[in-house]
Unconditional design. Sequence first.
Length: 160
Amino acid sequence: MTINVGDKIPSASFMTFGAEGPKPITTEEIFAGKTVGLFAVPGAFTPTCSVKHLPGFKDQAAALKAKGVDTIACVSVNDVFVMKAWGEDQKVGDKILMLADGNGVFTKAVGLELDASGFGMGGRSQRYSLIAKDGVVTHVNVENGGEFKVSSADYMLAQL
């Protein structure tokens, strides 16, 4: 079942890369008491994700935060080392929390998995964005097929 407005963010753990190396972070740590703008991509370093999706959130980070977003987070079914390298490549710095959902646990829990095995990519995430306040979803924007419209930073900004 796909996550909907009014649902609580499911309990899951991601990996991030900090000064000490890889470390886990839970959904409770990310979402509790905060407004979070989360967006998910099918894969780090893929064309739309690298040219439009992640750069859009990086460019709009200040505007999103000015509208009340405490944390901007990017999730992908990639390992923590790939997410670290992609964040460095895109120069996101501390504007975006890069979350590795390496086994797709969170992606499956929100019901937004994508079978990309036809492209040799295996199980991935659909392209989407959501806004959550104190762990409760207020907006969900899932793209249809290969589109890139409703999951963009500009679309999220208009929803705040």
